[in-house]
Ligand binder design. Sequence first.
Ligand code: ADP
Ligand code: MG
Ligand code: MG
Length: 254
Amino acid sequence: DVILSVRNLTANVDGSPILKGVNLEIKAGEVHAIMGRNGSGKSTLSKVLTGHPSYEVTGGEVLYKGESLLDKEPDERALNGIFLAFQYPLEIPGVSNIDFLRVAYNARQKHLGLEEIDTFDFEDLVEEKLEVVKMNSSFLERSLNEGFSGGEKKRNEILQMALLEPTLAILDEIDSGLDIDALKIVANGVNQLAKPDNAFLLITHYQRLLNYIEPDFIHVMYDGRIVKSGTKELALELEEKGYDFLDEKILTEV
Ligand code: ADP
Ligand code: MG
Ligand code: MG
């Protein structure tokens, strides 16, 4: 089953072309990783897929579970199971983490035609999911992400993901700024949540994350395109040679 099919996708940010023809196919049960140097367009791709309004699609198409995605509103995409964990999670003072989680969870329930979850049942469910990210329940009563450390914010993103059980989870630089213990917790969370009927798109600058999560496919993004795809060996090659070798390679191949 194909979950996501991106075909020749182009997009502008502030009138400048950033995505210059992205092709990508993700099937159920697969974990994909996109690597690439800063500024290559990785975050832009994740924002276009989730429907961020500042990004203007100029061409190509995206099918999600066989249906056209780009004409759908961001909240509809989320309700249909596309989840984006942010590179920089937002802090929302005055909104407690658990209230935020409950609202998101119940919106999904409603969309699926299911009843809202009872407050006590929700607490039980959240307690169970806290284990996945080894978070203390004291985080639930705090304002969303306010004063959370970098690692806590990222773990909180994984907690949201664990609750919402997305079909397609896009994790943008979930590893950046994490110490090794937090990195292992985050990676372990992803590994636990990966199932035959869902898919993950991991975006990372560093090979390090891939020591803990083994993707089925690795893609290299370069100047708004995926220029190379492969398996684990490709990440090791990038680690060894750095991203600069791509410049020569691309210049000689084009
Ligand atoms: P990556 O995630 O691979 O580091 P981005 O997708 O964030 O790359 O950025 C790709 C390019 O788009 C960069 O040159 C960046 O400066 C530009 N860009 C991204 N977002 C914006 C924005 N909101 N306004 C202007 N330029 C942007
Ligand atoms: Mg970046
Ligand atoms: Mg980025």
